[in-house]
Design a protein around this ligand. Structure first.
Ligand SMILES: Cc1cc2nc3c(=O)[nH]c(=O)nc-3n(C[C@H](O)[C@H](O)[C@H](O)COP(=O)(O)OP(=O)(O)OC[C@H]3O[C@@H](n4cnc5c(N)ncnc54)[C@H](O)[C@@H]3O)c2cc1C
Ligand code: FES
Length: 276
C-alpha cells in the first residue's frame, strides 16, 4: 500500500563526518511523531526523503537522500542518513549542528521489492550507494516470519579511507567482499569485477541481486547480468527538483518509455534501463 508522504521537521541529534566528505546524520522527528510514525510505518528500503536546511535560502530545492536507517527510540522516531558532500546543497547540510532543524519530505518513491522466501540476497554497493542497501539488508535480517536469507555484500570505493557503512554491514552479512580502485584494501579493481568472479554462485531459483552506486557501475552490472536470469533491482540516482512527480525533472528512458525516477523509482529492474 502506498505510504502517505508528509512534510515534517526533524531535529538533528548528530551530524558527524565519518570519512573524508562523508557524513552520518541522525534526525529526530518526534515533534511530529504521530504523522511521522504513521507515514513511515512499513516504509520500504530504497525509499528516500527530500531534505532542506530550515531557514536557509540556498539551495532553494530540497536534496534527495536514501533512508539509511529508521527506528523508534524511547517514543521518538529516528531517521539516519549517510551522505557524501557532492556540491552546494550537501555542503550546507553537512554544516548543520545538533538541535538545528531540517525540513523533510517523505517517504518518497518506490523502494526495493522484497522476496521473503529468497535464500540468498546479494548486495552490490558502489561508494555511498551502500546507504539504501544497508537498510535493505537490515530489513531482510529482521524478518521474524521467514528464515532470514544469507546476505552477501560486495562493497567498492575509490580508496580504503572512503569505505563507509561497513560496521553496519558486518552485523548483517555472512560475507563482505571489498574492492578499492587503488588497491588500498581488498580486491584491486572495480566492485563489479569482484562480483563477476562469483556470478555462477547466484541463480534465479534462490538469489536476488540489489545494487546502488554511480551510473557507470550500474551500467557494467547490467552488462554482466545481460544473459543471466538472476533478478536484479537497482536504485537509480538522478537529479531531482520536486521529488513528487510534478516537474518531469527526473525522467529517464526505460524499455517501455519514460519514467520519473522520483515517483516510478528510484528502484528499477536493471534489465528495464536503457543506456544510450
Ligand atoms: C533517490 C536518491 C537517493 C539518494 N541517496 C543518497 C544518499 O543516501 N547519500 C548521498 O550521499 N547521496 C544520495 N543521493 C545523491 C544526492 O541527492 C546528491 O549528491 C545531491 O542531491 C547533490 O546535491 P548538491 O547540491 O550537494 O550538489 P550539486 O551542486 O547539485 O551537484 C554536485 C555534483 O553532484 C552531481 N549530482 C547532483 N545530484 C546528483 C544525483 N542525484 N545523483 C548523482 N549525482 C548527482 C552533479 O552532477 C554535480 O557533479 C541520492 C539521490 C537520489 C536521486
Ligand atoms: S523530480 Fe520532479 S518529477 Fe521527479
Amino acid at each position: 500500500m502506498p505510504h502517505k508522504t508528509v512534510r515534517m521537521s526533524g531535529k538533528i541529534i548528530f551530524n558527524r563526518e565519518i570519512a573524508k566528505g562523508h557524513f552520518l546524520m541522525s534526525l529526530n522527528v518526534s515533534g511530529h511523531f504521530s504523522s511521522a510514525e504513521a507515514s513511515f510505518r512499513g516504509v520500504t528500503p530504497g525509499q528516500f526523503v527530500m531534505l532542506r536546511a530550515k531557514g536557509r535560502d540556498v539551495p532553494f530545492l530540497r536534496r534527495p537522500m536514501s533512508i539509511y536507517s529508521l527506528y523508534p527510540s524511547a517514543g521518538d522516531l529516528i531517521i539516519e542518513l549517510l551522505y557524501r558532500v557532492a556540491g552546494k546543497g550537501t555542503f550546507v547540510i553537512s554544516r548543520l549542528k545538533p538541535d538545528d532543524e531540517i525540513d523533510i519530505l517523505g517517504p518518497l518513491g518506490r523502494g526495493f521489492d522484497i522476496f521473503p522466501h529468497c535464500k540468498r540476497v546479494v548486495l552490490v554497493a558502489g561508494g555511498i550507494g551502500i546507504a539504501p542497501l544497508s537498510f535493505l539488508g537490515h530489513y531482510y535480517g529482521a524478518d521474524t516470519v521467514n528464515k532470514p536469507p544469507q546476505i552477501i555484500c560486495y562493497v567498492g570505493a575509490q580508496r580504503a579511507d572512503l569505505l563507509v557503512g561497513l560496521d553496519r554491514m558486518d552485523e548483517i552479512c555472512s560475507d563482505i567482499r571489498i574492492s578499492t580502485d587503488d588497491g588500498s584494501r581488498g580486491y584491486h579493481g572495480l566492485v563489479t569485477e569482484l562480483f563477476e568472479q562469483d556470478i555462477t554462485l547466484y541463480n534465479s531459483s534462490d538469489s536476488v541481486v540489489y545494487s546502488c552506486g554511480p551510473f557507470p557501475m550500474i551500467k557494467s552490472l547490467a552488462e554482466i547480468l545481460r544473459n543471466q536470469a538472476v533478478p536484479c533491482q537497482v536504485s537509480v540516482e538522478e537529479r531531482m527538483a520536486c521529488g513528487v512527480g510534478a516537474c518531469l525533472g527526473c525522467a529517464i528512458s526505460v524499455k517501455s518509455g519514460y519514467r520519473k525516477v522520483c515517483k516510478d523509482g528510484p528502484v528499477f529492474d536493471i534489465h528495464e534501463l536503457v543506456w544510450d
